[in-house]
Design a protein around this ligand. Structure first.
Ligand code: ADE
Length: 244
């Protein structure tokens, strides 16, 4: 998979050299290219922002550096119309389903806005070359798109075959089946007076599976009741319904 990130803080994206994503880059599984938006400017000060028309606080990113940077990414694209993700608190909220959708794509491009955002004409213009997707990490405001891109690239990247060593670990994690993950424990079985739930030491795999599933339902009902209402009708057994 090819991923391009355009930012005025390319150093922010250095974390993509680390851990499983960094290894996938080195192994050639992920082709991640980071671009400095200021390289697409032509003035001595490498200006990327200006004051907003209509007044108001803060600065707005100028359209032309974005057009130059995105045109140059598109010129080497791996598909005719790559997807351009524009991180923004005004976007659709990113979730695991969106991560799966993005993981199916050959080429993702991220445009990291800063200040009050990017001149809207640059976003409109980009629709000629890209499938444009404004995406929010959640209902809060960051200083720019870089942190959102780190989160999205990690969430998408780990779904690409060859990035996570043991693909089985993707199956039983939070959100894989619409529920939160069950609690996990490791040795020692008794720690500072706290015991591992007895069932996990029983060796009875059917009982363990049943207990874990019940814990998933309990935890989801307690922490994220909104997720339960979105589940398909036959998703809960009678015992699980009683636990909610
Ligand atoms: N930029 C600023 N806030 C953001 C958010 N919540 N999600 C994505 N990008 C952002």
């Amino acid at each position: 998979m090819r991923i391009d990130v355009v930012s005025i803080f390319p150093e922010y994206l250095a974390a993509l050299d680390l851990s499983l994503i960094g290894k996938a880059r080195r192994d050639g599984v992920l082709d991640i290219r980071i671009h400095d938006l200021r390289d697409a400017t032509t003035d001595r000060h490498r200006t990327v922002d200006d004051t907003p028309y209509g007044g108001g606080a803060g600065m707005v990113m100028k359209p032309e550096p974005w057009a130059q940077a995105l045109e140059s990414v598109q010129a080497s694209a791996s598909v005719p119309r790559p997807t351009l993700v524009v991180p923004s608190p005004a976007g659709a909220v990113f979730d695991q389903a969106m991560a799966h959708d993005f993981a199916e794509l050959d080429h993702l491009v991220f445009a990291c806005g800063r200040y009050e955002g990017i001149d809207e004409r640059a976003i409109d213009w980009a629709r000629e070359l890209f499938d444009v997707r404004p995406v929010s990490l959640g209902d809060y405001v960051l200083n720019g798109g870089e942190v959102a891109v780190l989160a999205m690239v990690e969430a998408v990247g780990r779904l690409i075959p060859g990035v996570v060593g043991n693909p089985a670990s993707l199956v039983e994690e939070s959100h894989a089946d619409g529920l939160l993950e069950y609690p996990v424990y490791t040795k020692p079985s008794s720690w500072r007076g706290r015991e591992v739930p007895e069932v996990l030491l029983s060796g009875n795999h059917a009982r363990i599976a049943q207990w874990r599933r019940l814990e998933q339902v309990r935890r989801t009902a307690q922490r994220r009741p909104d997720l339960l209402s979105g589940l398909d009708a036959p998703a809960l057994t009678d015992e699980e319904h009683a636990a909610v």
